[in-house]
Write a protein that binds this ligand. Structure first.
Ligand SMILES: [Zn+2]
Length: 123
């Protein structure tokens, strides 16, 4: 039942852990003002780092219109927020992964992701 991928512009695949081949993963989201939102995928079975993604768009079960409407509210405050840029850790993905996990462990941001975007990523 395999489609000819050379003629198709889209495909999909479940990500597997490189260590144990599990398809159970945890998405650890990292928010740093002034940077794109990053997602560190962790294996839910063995804890291995699976992948890192940088988000250019976020989609949830909320309608796009309702998210946009909410995002528009925060535009007013964006100047003030730009000053809050923090220095972020070096670009070493494993170090980042450990850093994000420790952030979550120490002080997980419990806001809804929509709220984090609305409050911290006004652009
Ligand atoms: Zn694993």
């Amino acid at each position: 039942m395999e489609k000819d991928r050379t003629t198709s512009s889209e495909s999909a695949r479940t990500e597997h852990c490189p260590n144990c081949d599990s398809t159970s993963t945890k998405n650890n989201m990292y928010f740093c003002k002034g940077e794109k939102i990053r997602v560190y995928i962790e294996c839910a079975e063995c804890g291995e780092f699976v992948a890192r993604y940088t988000l250019s768009a976020y989609t949830s079960d909320k309608s796009y219109e309702s998210l946009l409407r909410r995002l528009r509210f925060t535009r007013i405050n964006s100047g003030k927020r730009a000053k809050n840029m923090v220095e972020c850790f070096e670009d070493n993905v494993k170090t980042e992964f450990d850093h994000v996990l420790s952030l979550i462990k120490q002080n997980e941001d419990e806001r809804m992701i929509e709220n984090i975007i609305e409050e911290d990523f006004p652009e």
